[in-house]
Design a protein around this ligand. Structure first.
Ligand code: EPU
Length: 432
């Protein structure tokens, strides 16, 4: 297990390229299950992440071969008889649930381990199963598995609204089930996140007929079969946002290439409100900061609102705000694992229900902290970059699930981050 040793207080400058989106690439890879054996799907710009490896492994078990050459992943359907997503893979990565829709859609059966809760909350999948059941599948739960069977799927109206808004992977799952259903489906209260749009665009490139992409009402005219496609994964808006936070918190000047400011309007606006100078072009964002931040209240919301996946990183910035900030988490009310760890670095944060009240401090100090989930880890790295002295961020394997060689790319901007093997204390990778 690795840790990061971060020498804080260094100003980040330069240009970094955002990688392809993890949360788009994962369901796009799962869409390969919809192919007939012999067909292939080529995805370009797939980030090198442990979650992507996990999805490749799962697809391998489901008869799809995944081959990577650089950032291009080619998926070939080989055998369409296997329908089980086993516990030992699903427990490693909740996004494994994305195979449920395409399995039912193409193979008319699925046995997918029920994903458990995780540190960011309970995370049920009732909307996924209800949506797929509405298309005609019989769904039951057996010994920790979701078991689905359908002689045929029929286009219907499916409502995907839940207590916390719509569901991103749930919408992707229902879409992937509906594209091969008989007749027309109407998915109401669909999630509108760019990653969902990317999946829908991919499905259309494979021969599906989806209308209303990007809106909360998707109309899916079922087709008999899909074919292969060759597409580019959209840039990762959360990775780009994390670099924005890293640049801002160090009073830096960083340009993020290969990014989509049009997917990041809420994030850019919040940084600007905090007094960070942000310039944008079609596919780049430049952040210039003097290291002083106005407090900006934030409520996380479904897209196009402020993303929950940027809440922790923005909180790291607000720990240095000139006043009080209230951050309200409306998607995952318990997603505050970073609060106590930021406190170890001198941040003043009080948690009340689904809110965190942050009293800005003049400076943070280096400390040993523990990463608990992907975005919490990112926020600790952001805070450590700004802190006086040295921080150790333990358990960065969480970070490796969603950020492709983050330490190298931060170091290229002037940071000093070492990756160290925890057990032996030996330096195994990135030298500074
Ligand atoms: N929800 C339900 N029932 C469901 C599904 C979701 O009540 O059947 C609730 C959830 O508990 C949550 C809300 O609805 O309160 C939204 O959850 P959603 O289903 O949209 O989340 P997800 O699809 O499981 C994806 C991302 C997450 C991201 C969320 C919200 C992927 C692989 N994961 O999860 O990404 O936080 O959408 O935007 O796309 C991350 O990358 O760090 C990450 C956690």
């Amino acid at each position: 297990m690795d840790k990061f040793i971060v020498e804080g207080g260094r100003t980040l400058r330069g240009t970094v390229r955002a990688k392809g989106s993890k949360n788009a690439a994962l369901p796009m890879m799962a869409a390969s299950i919809l192919l007939d054996p012999g067909d292939r799907l080529v995805l370009r710009g797939v980030p090198q992440l442990s979650d992507i490896k996990t999805m490749s492994l799962l697809l391998g078990k489901l008869g799809v071969r995944a081959d990577r050459a650089g950032e291009t992943v080619t998926l070939r359907a080989v055998d369409d008889s296997e329908v089980e997503a086993p516990y030992e893979i699903v427990r490693q990565m909740r996004a494994s649930i994305c195979v449920l829709g395409p399995l039912v859609g193409r193979r008319r059966a699925a046995r997918v381990s029920q994903p458990g809760g995780c540190v960011i909350g309970v995370r049920p999948v009732d909307l996924h199963t209800r949506g797929i059941a509405q298309l005609g599948a019989a769904i039951s739960q057996e010994h920790g598995y979701i078991v689905a069977q359908a002689r045929r799927l029929v286009g219907r109206t499916v409502y995907l609204g839940g207590a916390f808004g719509s569901t991103v992977t749930g919408t992707e799952n229902v879409l992937m089930a509906a594209v091969l259903a008989q007749g027309t489906s109407l998915i109401e209260c669909a999630a509108c996140e760019p990653e969902v749009q990317a999946v829908a665009e991919l499905l259309n490139a494979m021969g599906a007929r989806i209308q209303g992409i990007g809106s909360p009402r998707l109309i899916v005219h079922g087709v008999r079969r899909l074919h292969g496609a060759d597409v580019e994964v959209i840039p990762d808006r959360i990775e780009a946002g994390t670099f924005m936070a890293a640049a801002a918190v160090t009073g830096g000047d960083v340009r993020i290439d290969h990014s989509r400011p049009d997917h990041m309007v809420a994030v850019v606006e919040h940084f600007r409100s905090a007094g960070v100078h942000v310039e944008t072009g079609d596919d780049w964002i430049r952040v210039m900061s003097n290291g002083l931040f106005k407090p900006v209240d934030v409520a996380t919301l479904p897209y196009p609102g402020f993303p929950t996946d940027m809440q922790a990183q923005f909180m790291a910035l607000m720990t240095l705000g000139e006043g009080i900030t209230v951050i309200t988490e409306k998607i995952y009310p318990d997603r505050f694992m970073h609060v106590a760890e930021l406190g170890r670095m001198g941040a003043r944060i009080r948690k009340e229900g689904s809110c965190a009240i942050i009293e800005g401090v003049k400076s943070l100090h280096g400390a040993e902290v523990m990463a608990s989930d992907l975005r919490a880890s990112a926020s600790l790295v952001v805070a450590a970059l700004a802190a006086d002295g040295v921080s150790e961020v333990h358990r960065v394997y969480h970070l490796d699930r969603g950020y492709d060689h983050l330490e190298r790319r931060l170091n290229a901007l002037g940071a000093r981050v070492q990756r160290v093997e925890e057990k032996k204390g030996a330096l195994v990778r990135e030298a500074v």
